[in-house]
Design a binder for this molecule. Sequence first.
Ligand SMILES: [Mg+2]
Length: 272
Amino acid sequence: MDTALRNAGVKYECLLFDMDDTLYPLSIGLNLFCRKNIQEYMLEHLHIEENEVPKMCLDLYREYGTTMAGLKVLGYEFDNDEFHAYVHGRLPYEKLKPDPVLRNLLISMPQRKIIFTNADHAHAVKVLNRMGLEDCFEGIICFETLNPHKQYMDLPNDNHVLTDIAESGCFNSHTRILCKPSVEAFEAAIRTSNVDPKKTIFFDDSVRNVASAKVAGLHTVILGHSDLVPGADHALNSIHNIKEALPEIWEIEESNQQQKIQPPAVETMVLA
Ligand SMILES: [Mg+2]
């Protein structure tokens, strides 16, 4: 937390946002195009039987966090960048429109704001650009952040973090993709962004991601839901309702209000 924020006495220091189906509504349907592209990739590039593809796609997503992570665990060899280009590069991004309401909300929040997505960097940048939100976040934690090239090459056995990842059951010795909802992915995101989880709110439309975020010690908000789910502190139908549901994002802690209201003496002198 920077000194200015700490002095301002805000309750939370950082807001960590999932992107897809969180910053824009699920009803846009981008996820359906994404799934179709993944299934086409499995068919055309990995030569998986057509009648097996839909169920396998879903099963791997459920078991390993992303279908891609599951395919790697099963031993399929393919280039990560090529996969992302095929799956995300062909999405109908024109369905995403600028969202000035969300932009103004984000700009008015005094906290650090960071994207945390399982998607690749190019996709994240395209989505944010289409929505007019490209300058609203200080950073993007994405596939490449959690899976730098060296991470899925040979690794020393005494690396404790990577040993833990292997023991989680999501990864094997040959291919390890770190992604939500593994708690290790959240811990890595917390380390990367250098935030205090107790002073950070995480927003996601995925029930299982929210559950893992809670285990990692974050405050949590489930998007696209009217009711709370396990591990969620708040439920929001739309990110546009954030101010009504979480006014504390904008609130100054009581003990600091007086200090905040009183302008520093030096400023008074300058103004005079
Ligand atoms: Mg999402």
